[in-house]
Design a binder for this molecule. Structure first.
Ligand code: ASP
Ligand code: MG
Length: 419
């Protein structure tokens, strides 16, 4: 068997009938087989399923069912536009899932997280089944159940992939020269219970399949021309990056470049599998390739803005120096509460942390630390990171800002400023 090509299509690329047709056209352009196609839930369906779970949690079964009816109507609208006549086997599969979903609403024993995965993963099942049925009209394509392929632990809503078993299952299942449709974002645990890998996890699923199959490449199809050196919604005059080293992509994801899911790169880097980011609007355009290389092409500064941050400043109550034991206690608390630290700095008597301004977690942090520290919290700040900066970039981007904190290395400069 040839080494496969792995494609990933996100929710925006399958948001209506016309986009599904476009996906089929893109797949047909690539004769390479086998091909694995990872697809997310259609459009905003994951959010819709989340609200089903929220109603269930509130014990509003009828509202949960109403939301399910809306979800069903949304998909049926797309099916009606794609098929003539309507394919019976597709309708039967969907009917089975909708009935199953309705039955789940009366379950009162599951934890919120387990029920979340149990319900939300249907967005991917339904989406992939519809797209596979449509593609199969012209290109031989089969549907496969990722729950049987991606084995995870039982940490619902943020499950960890168990690589060994997953690789064994995937290599066995992807075994003929067709297009194999699989679901992103989902898996199942040792007891067969559905799990999810965390929101926006489908890119990572693409990397899991590419890694396990030793794929030629992974291509993530997006509504942008590739990776730019800054989010065009925030920065002006952005440039398309043609080529980016794996190591640099990991750094950019770490600093918050939202186009790459942070966990996606490492498996690919391990096996030297290039990651292409291409536009589903303009599929013949070159896009961006992330691969093992020395430097980015072109070499441009990168601009990353993280909004909704909080700046937390700690001082010892007795003006003692901030020492290792203070910091280790603080980090232990952060780990327990799941606090994400985006910038940290300490001086003799002060430690400052820029953290995600989570409405639930930040008050808990403040509460837990105020016994031992004098504490100042600035809740509405933003964090600007510029990699490979010039002084000109810094002057232009920070003009008029009230800068609260600045940190520089020769490669990277970061500013925390008031929103
Ligand atoms: N459908 C899931 C989400 O919206 C996973 C993904 O799209 O990557 O988070
Ligand atoms: Mg999605």
């Amino acid at each position: 068997m040839n080494t496969p090509l792995v494609f990933k299509f996100g929710g925006a690329s399958v948001k209506d009938a016309e986009s599904v047709r476009n996906v089929a056209t893109i797949i047909a352009r690539f004769p390479d087989r086998p091909m694995v196609v990872v697809v997310s839930a259609m459009g905003k369906m994951t959010n819709a399923f989340e609200s089903v779970v929220a109603h269930w949690e509130q014990q509003n079964v009828s509202e949960a069912q109403q939301e399910l009816n809306n979800i069903r109507a949304f998909h049926q609208g797309i099916i009606d536009q794609l098929f003539e006549p309507l394919p019976q086997s597709l309708l039967t599969d969907l009917e089975f899932w909708y009935n199953h979903l309705s039955e789940q609403l009366s379950n009162t024993s599951r934890s919120y997280s387990e029920q979340y995965d149990n319900i939300v993963h249907h967005g991917e099942l339904i989406s992939t089944r519809i797209v596979q049925e449509y593609v199969n009209l012209n290109t031989p394509a089969i549907w496969q159940d990722t729950r049987k392929l991606v084995r995870t632990d039982s940490q619902f809503r943020r499950a960890t992939v168990q690589w060994h078993e997953t690789a064994a299952r995937i290599t066995k299942a992807i075994n003929d020269d067709r297009v194999h449709f699989v679901q992103g974002f989902i898996g199942s645990d040792a007891d067969g219970r559905p799990t999810t890998l965390g929101r926006e996890g489908s890119d990572y699923t693409g990397a899991v399949f590419a890694y396990c199959l030793g794929a030629n490449s992974l291509t993530i199809w997006k509504d942008v021309p590739g990776m730019l050196n800054g989010d065009p919604k925030t920065f002006t005059n952005t440039t398309l990056i043609h080529q980016l080293p794996f190591a640099e992509a990991i750094e950019l994801a770490f600093y918050g470049a939202s186009i790459i899911h942070p966990k996606t790169i490492q498996p690919l880097q391990k096996k030297g599998i290039p990651l292409h980011i291409k536009s589903f609007v303009d599929p013949s355009a070159e896009g961006t390739v992330i691969l093992e290389s020395e430097a980015a092409v072109p070499q441009v500064p990168n601009f990353i803005l993280k909004r909704n941050q909080a700046l937390l400043e700690l001082r010892t109550k007795d003006l003692a120096f901030i020492a290792e034991h203070h910091l280790s206690a603080v980090y232990q608390l952060f780990a327990e509460l799941g606090v994400v630290v985006n910038l940290m700095r300490n001086t003799a008597t002060k430690a400052t942390f820029c953290i995600n301004n989570d409405a639930i977690i930040v008050p808990r942090v403040v509460q837990a630390l105020s016994d031992n520290f004098e504490l100042t919290l600035v809740p509405d700040v933003e964090l600007l990171t510029i990699r490979h900066y010039t002084e000109e970039d810094v002057a232009r981007e920070t003009e008029g800002m009230t800068i609260l904190q600045e940190q520089r290395t020769p490669e990277t400069v970061q500013f925390v400023f008031k929103s």
